[in-house]
Structures are given as structure tokens and as C-alpha cells.
Design a protein around this ligand. Structure first.
Ligand SMILES: [Fe+2]
Ligand SMILES: [Fe+2]
Length: 166
């Protein structure tokens, strides 16, 4: 399996898009199916944003100062996703505002991952090179083993609380 950081993150994106599709395809009243898709979405996003925040973003920011603005915007987009995930984790799929909140999450994250893939991943690939990307990916795979998986876990919660209070 490739340890290239961009390959790993793009695989995560693909999985996240698939889960969004699963949620969207569930019927309006299919609360169980929606809850199960939503649980998987929250888990995938909690792990993914954690790995980007802890490894990929700081690394890119340090090595490619030209991408500073993109990274800062991405942190803000993660912040919005963190807040929505924390709120959704405390709700049930049958709640009146659940669908609306989930739609906003899906729209925001889809825009965010499109931007990562189209705008700055190509520049990161050109700027960092294969060896460095493999090292960064290796560190993300290592950290993935202990990454928070639910928005309520300490690592994820701290990130979300920081997002609300920052
Ligand atoms: Fe991201
Ligand atoms: Fe991402």
C-alpha cells in the first residue's frame, strides 16, 4: 500500500464522498439508514481532519510558505466541519434539524475537498516531492492508529472546543 500522503488523503476523500452518497440516497424517513451513514461520516471526518490538522497542514505550512493562505482557509473550513460534527453527534437522525445540518456539512466538506484536490494538492506534490510525501504519509498512517474516532473523544473534542472558542 502506498504511503504517499496525497494518495492516502485522496483515498479518504473518496470514502467520504461515498458515505455522503449513502446518506443522500437514504429515504426521507429512513432514520436508521441515515443514522448509520451519519455515524460513519462523523467517524471518517473526525479521523481525517485530525490527521490533516496534526501532520499534513503544519508540515505543508512550514515547507511551502506560499501556501500559507490556503492552509489558513482550510483550518477555518475544518473548524466549521468540527462544530457541525459535534452538534450532529449529539442529535438523532429523526430530529427536525438533522437533515438540514447534515446538508450544510456535506456541502461544506465537498467544497473543501474539491479545493484541496484541485488547488493545493498539485502544488504540494510539486513542492515536496515523492520522498517527503512518503515520510509524511507514513506518519499519518502511524497516527491513524490512535486518532480520535468520534467527535466526543478528547482529541477531537479539544479541537472542536478550540474551534468554538478561538
Ligand atoms: Fe481538509
Ligand atoms: Fe482532506
Amino acid at each position: 500500500m502506498s504511503t504517499d500522503a496525497i494518495v492516502i488523503l485522496k483515498n479518504d476523500h473518496k470514502e467520504i464522498r461515498k458515505l455522503f452518497g449513502r446518506y443522500d440516497k437514504a429515504g426521507d424517513k429512513a432514520f436508521k439508514a441515515k443514522q448509520s451513514a451519519a455515524d460513519s461520516i462523523l467517524e471518517a471526518l473526525t479521523v481525517h481532519t485530525y490527521l490533516e490538522n496534526e501532520v499534513m497542514y503544519p508540515e505543508t505550512r512550514e515547507l511551502l510558505p506560499d501556501l500559507e493562505d490556503d492552509i489558513l482557509e482550510s483550518y477555518e473550513e475544518h473548524h466549521v466541519a468540527d462544530v457541525l460534527c459535534m452538534e450532529l453527534a449529539a442529535m438523532k437522525s429523526s430530529d427536525e434539524r438533522f437533515d438540514a445540518k447534515m446538508s450544510v456539512l456535506i456541502e461544506n466538506v465537498t467544497h473543501h475537498i474539491d479545493e484541496e484536490e484541485q488547488d493545493w494538492f498539485p502544488q504540494v506534490r510539486a513542492g515536496l516531492g515523492r520522498k517527503r510525501l512518503a515520510e509524511i504519509g507514513q506518519r499519518m498512517l502511524e497516527l491513524k492508529k490512535t486518532a480520535p474516532r468520534r467527535p466526543s473523544e478528547p482529541g477531537a473534542l479539544k479541537k472542536a472546543v478550540d474551534a468554538v472558542t478561538a
